[in-house]
Design a protein around this ligand. Structure first.
Ligand code: AMP
Length: 288
């Protein structure tokens, strides 16, 4: 049993230093878990940290708002940042190291390499945000090289991202085990997200319709409906019923893939992206 209370979480900003510390722990026979985040931590992030702390001897949480995964018109500047609060939450959870590098530490002057993951990164989020997954894949690989952990923890909330990371790790022989953890939700079902902070009180109360639409899909399926077009129609009707929700896509995907299905015949991920006011939210739910 590790003595969580006695561990003082240390903040490290140097890639060289963190690499050396992780390697030293591993030489000592300890396993290291990595939880990559952009900070402004909530219970969804902390569930990944708890998993890593439970499964690994030492846990590193990276906090880095990665500029290359934001398009020029997106919210890089306004993205919530709360390093002090994040570190004290991580201290309570028994995190060993917080890796919080400056942008220049990750992207040195002259940086000119981008990782282009293939077909799994192209539709859905990839189509809506064409520069997003190249930015994610590049920073994830860089984090894996700077923090050579044994395991890394990601959230099912970003379903397609988890597939992109798995593809990257398999294709480039990255020696790290990927673990994907369940979505943590607010009491009304809204998936926790740092971007929920952008919602006005009225938008926040409408945002739970995303979850309600996913639950509607599930209950229609349980009642015997397997036709995706019929279920989608009902979801769109519900989402259009009140407020200011603009659906970007609703996709029914074979589990573990980004391929759409027309009939639910097995485990299926229902993925949704929608704007609530000016905030773009994503969510998903497994049915079937
Ligand atoms: P982010 O800080 O948004 O880049 O997220 C960091 C990690 O936390 C990613 O692997 C996300 O999928 C995961 N994550 C974000 N929100 C949730 C949530 N509500 N439940 C579980 N994991 C989450």
């Amino acid at each position: 049993m590790r003595e969580i209370e006695t561990i003082a979480t240390r903040i490290e900003t140097s890639a060289q230093e963190i690499f050396a510390m992780v390697r030293a722990a591993q030489r000592n026979g300890e396993t290291v878990g990595l939880v990559p985040t952009m900070g402004a931590l909530h219970k969804g992030h902390l569930s990944l940290v708890d998993r890593s702390v439970a499964e690994c001897d030492k846990t590193v949480v990276s906090i880095f708002v990665n500029p290359t995964q934001f398009a020029p018109n997106e919210d890089l500047k306004s993205y919530p940042r709360a390093l002090d609060r994040d570190v004290s939450l991580l201290q309570e959870r028994g995190c060993w190291l917080v890796f919080a590098p400056a942008v220049e530490e990750v992207y040195r002057a002259g940086h000119d390499t981008t990782i282009d993951v293939g077909s799994v990164a192209k539709p859905w989020e990839g189509a809506a945000r064409p520069t997003h997954f190249p930015g994610v894949a590049t920073v994830v690989l860089k984090l894996f090289l700077m923090v050579p952990a044994d395991r890394a923890y990601f959230g099912q909330k970003d379903y397609q991202q988890s597939l992109v990371v798995r593809q990257l790790v398999a294709d480039l022989n990255v020696p790290i085990e990927i673990h994907v953890c369940p979505i943590v939700r607010e009491p009304d079902g809204l998936a926790m997200s740092s971007r929920n902070a952008y919602l006005s009180a009225e938008e926040r109360s409408q945002a739970c319709l995303l979850w309600q639409s996913l639950k509607l899909a599930e209950s229609l399926y349980i009642e015997g409906e397997t036709d995706v077009a019929t279920i989608k129609q009902a979801m769109v009707r519900l989402l259009g019923s009140i407020g200011d929700i603009r659906v970007d896509y609703i996709a029914f995907l074979g589990e573990g893939t980004v391929r759409p299905v027309e009939t639910i015949a097995g485990p299926t991920i229902v993925a949704i992206a929608a704007h609530v006011g000016r905030t773009r939210l994503i969510d998903n739910h497994r049915i079937g």
